[in-house]
Design a protein around this ligand. Structure first.
Ligand SMILES: NC(=O)c1ccc[n+]([C@@H]2O[C@H](COP(=O)([O-])OP(=O)(O)OC[C@H]3O[C@@H](n4cnc5c(N)ncnc54)[C@H](O)[C@@H]3O)[C@@H](O)[C@H]2O)c1
Length: 267
């Protein structure tokens, strides 16, 4: 029996990988506003410092430069968080790269490996080491960053599409493994978000189509616009809060209706 809607994260500790990027920062800010202490992990130290400066007036923040593909770095970011805050309640396993766009038959094999390393190995390693902490605590919640590319092909990025499909597999495996320890694991599937990553992808796919190509993309979305990073951050914070206490193993689209739509010639 739920007698209180519990979206607060007061007194909790949240870790966000890719926390120097746009969606990771948005989820960190949403959780900081709900009272969580925040640890940001990212390969880019300048990005971490910018993000931490923006969160400093909301909560306690630790920044940890680390490469999510290196197991020793993952062990280090987990142990740094434990040394500073003593526990991990919420984990946004989010660092990811888009890779270069090319048709599958021309896609560079090293590029495939590079994208899989960050988006799959990095997510796996984060799950492995953070779940050990949560298993011992007998509690915790995790959100992995999938994508609409977890559900559909794009005809331009086999590394990204394969990696984001794999994120769903890891989410389901982690959810059934973690359930007995009180650990929930879900994924989000952002659609066309107004971010650097989307602009880079669209520029690659349209040969430098720029703002016009990005704006045209908004027209394909049932809502008729791109999404804002905050709209992802709020969903992540909800999934990581007690308000989502009976939700595990699911992937939640945050896409303005994109995945719900069957394209037609008139659209
Ligand atoms: N932006 C979108 O439209 C969109 C849509 C769907 C899914 N996503 C997913 O959301 C996540 C975040 O995307 P974003 O738009 O914030 O991208 P972003 O590029 O702004 O942020 C990603 C961050 O990850 C960091 N990073 C990359 N490789 C790393 C590594 N090896 N170790 C540690 N950090 C590393 C980068 O430095 C960067 O700060 C990604 O997994 C992405 O695939 C984004």
């Amino acid at each position: 029996m739920v007698d209180q809607i519990e979206q607060t994260l007061a007194g909790t500790v949240a870790v966000v990988t890719g926390g120097g990027g746009e969606l990771g920062f948005a989820s960190a800010r949403a959780m900081a506003r709900r009272g969580a202490s925040i640890a940001l992990v990212d390969a880019s130290e300048p990005a971490l410092e910018r993000a931490a400066a923006e969160l400093a007036n909301l909560t306690e923040v630790e920044i940890i430069p680390a490469d999510v593909t290196a197991e020793s770095d993952v062990e280090r970011y987990v142990s740094t968080v434990i040394a500073r805050f003593g526990r991990i309640d919420a984990f946004h396993n989010n660092a990811g790269i888009e890779g270069k766009s090319a048709p599958l038959y021309e896609y560079d094999t090293d590029e495939f490996d590079r994208v899989m390393a960050v988006n799959v190995r990095g997510v796996f390693l984060g799950l492995k080491h953070v779940m050990r902490v949560m298993r011992d605590q007998r509690s915790g919640a995790i959100v992995n960053s999938g994508s609409i590319a977890s559900e559909r092909g794009s005809a331009s990025g086999p590394g990204y599409v394969a990696s984001k499909h794999a994120v769903l597999g890891l989410t389901r495996e982690a959810a059934v493994t973690g359930a007995r320890f009180g650990i929930r694991v879900n994924a989000i599937e952002p659609g066309f978000m107004d971010t650097r990553m989307l602009r880079t992808l669209i520029d690659q796919q349209t040969g430098g189509g720029g703002d016009a190509a990005v704006a045209a993309l908004g027209g394909v979305v049932p809502f008729g616009r791109l999404g804002a990073p905050e709209e992802v951050g709020e969903v992540v914070a909800f999934l990581l809060s007690a308000a989502a206490a009976y939700v595990t193993g699911v992937a939640v689209p945050v896409d303005g209706g994109l995945l719900a739509k069957v394209p037609r010639p008139a659209d």
